[in-house]
Design a protein around this ligand. Structure first.
Ligand code: KIV
Ligand code: ZN
Length: 488
């Protein structure tokens, strides 16, 4: 199975996404470590910055083959060759609609243009993957003819694109089955997700004979996106026993791409979404405690993740007990009842109960005192269009039985960054790292309530914390301080 990742080309075409050359190189290195066979690095002819990116990826010494996207235009092939790529992803309009509207020619002239470009790229010593754009709406017999003639001229692989995402699994099996049998070289499937069927269509094509697929990390791409790499490779393994990339590296790569692109993921996104391996309801957690197979079709470890028990409105005692054990607390009888009822009352107010909330409740129930090792007594933050965002903090610290007042200051990319740096600088040396920060507006308008969620790590202990408020700076500081109090 050949895996072509197009996060850096089709994924980068998603509205709101723009990866710099430096970021593209970092993503390409991670994709290479994951084991993808081919990386489409970008479109060399598009701009100087794109050419710089394609060149950087092509000269990084990756194991993967590196391609640049090209139209059937000589200057596109020249630009790709100038970047030192292994080959070109040569794309031609293939449906009558695209041939007529985009090329303004007939099928025979389109075929001649394709063959000219294949000759030109092969003469430059490049691998040629020839893709039929809008291929799912083209005449399959025409595609077979193009592939046969292009193959005779040296094209190495073919691909049919479901450009507008209108295939169904049945039609996909029929189309890719037909072309895979006809073509003398590998045929790839390239699906878009307009009907939420990109993964299903990709798997159906592979079952029918396609020997390569195109995908993007997190399903990034035009409109509703492309087939998601993580979904397709897990589907291949779990449903059909087909090995492709290193599955246990998927979550790390997904996170890396999420942060690099700033493109948020739906919590319920299969495989890589925040909730994909989380359980909250009492019935499910009870089943999971008895045997994880009851409600876990996929094992979290398969894709480099851990199971997460989330506490909230529907949690049962088992979940609370299990979560407490995870953090090294032993509670039973009346103490467990008190912790349980406090959690329920937070959940009943419609709030999620973070790890930091649970640890604060457990600490106060088990020891009779609130755990407040870090308290922010004063925080001042200044921002504007003529100054660097700056913050200072006065903090009370109570560590190793000693209580003291400390001060910190920081500048940052914005007021939140500056405020968190000020708090951290007041702590002095701290081994608690902020590993994830997300913010969401719960209500609309400039006075919206924002929900800040953070993840903090100390050694091998990782916890979630969060806070809600109308002031994004103070909500962020509260979320982090709650987390610090749980971990220190
Ligand atoms: O979806 C598509 O048609 C494509 C081609 C341009 C390769 O991404
Ligand atoms: Zn595409």
């Amino acid at each position: 199975m050949i895996v072509l990742d197009t996060t850096l080309r089709d994924g980068d075409q998603a509205p709101g996404v723009h990866l710099s050359a430096e970021k593209k190189l970092l993503v390409a290195q991670r994709l290479d470590e994951l084991g993808v066979d081919v990386i489409e690095a970008g479109t060399a002819v598009a701009s100087g910055e794109e050419a710089r990116a394609v060149k950087a990826v092509a000269s990084a010494g990756l194991k993967a083959e590196v391609l640049s996207f090209c139209r059937i235009v000589k200057k596109d092939v020249d630009a790709a060759a100038g970047c030192g790529v292994d080959g070109v992803h040569l794309v031609f309009p293939s449906s009558d609609l695209h041939i007529r509207e985009k090329l303004r020619v007939g099928r025979e002239e389109a075929l001649a243009l394709v063959l000219d470009s294949v000759d030109y790229a092969k003469a430059a010593g490049l691998v040629v993957e020839l893709s039929a754009e809008d291929g799912s709406r083209a005449d399959p017999a025409f595609l077979a003819k193009v592939f046969q003639e292009a193959g005779e001229r040296g094209a190495d692989r073919f691909c049919v694109c479901d450009t507008v995402g209108l295939l169904s699994p049945e039609k996909s099996a029929e189309l890719y089955g037909f072309l895979s049998k006809k073509a003398a070289k590998p045929v790839a499937v390239h699906c878009h997700n307009d009907l939420g069927l990109a993964t299903a269509n990709t798997l159906a094509a592979i079952r029918a004979g396609a020997s390569e697929f195109h995908a993007t990390v997190n399903g990034l791409g035009e409109r509703a996106g492309n087939a998601a790499l993580e979904e397709v490779v897990v589907g291949l393994k779990v449903l059909h026993g087909i090995d492709s990339v290193r599955l246990d590296g998927l979550y790390a790569v997904s996170n890396f791409v999420r942060v690099a692109t700033g493109f948020p993921l739906a919590p319920n996104k299969p495989v890589v979404g925040e909730n994909a391996f989380s359980h909250e309801s009492g019935i499910h957690v009870d089943g999971i405690v008895k045997n994880p197979d009851t409600y876990e079709g996929l094992k979290p470890e398969l894709v480099g993740r851990r199971r997460r028990i989330v506490l909230g409105r529907l949690s049962g005692r088992k979940a609370v007990e299990m979560k407490l054990k995870e953090f090294g607390f032993q509670a039973g009888g009346e103490q467990l009842e008190r912790i349980f009822s406090e959690i329920k009352s937070i959940g009943d107010k419609g709030k999620t109960v973070s790890d930091a909330d649970l640890l604060a409740i457990a600490h106060s129930v088990l020891t009779g005192e609130a755990r407040e090792k870090v308290r922010v007594d004063e925080l001042v933050c200044t921002t504007g269009n003529t100054i660097t965002p700056t913050a200072s903090a006065r903090v009370t610290l109570e560590l190793n039985g000693e209580k003291k007042q400390v001060f910190g200051a920081g500048t940052g990319d914005g007021p939140v960054d500056a405020a968190l740096k000020a708090v951290y600088s007041a702590l002095g040396e701290s081994d608690v790292k902020l590993v994830d920060y997300r913010v969401e507006a719960i209500t609309g308008g400039s006075d919206a309530l924002v929900d800040v969620k953070v993840k903090l790590r100390r050694g091998d202990k990782e916890i979630n914390s969060g806070a809600v408020g109308t002031d994004i700076v103070m909500a962020s500081v509260s979320a982090v301080v709650k987390g610090l109090n749980a971990l220190l």
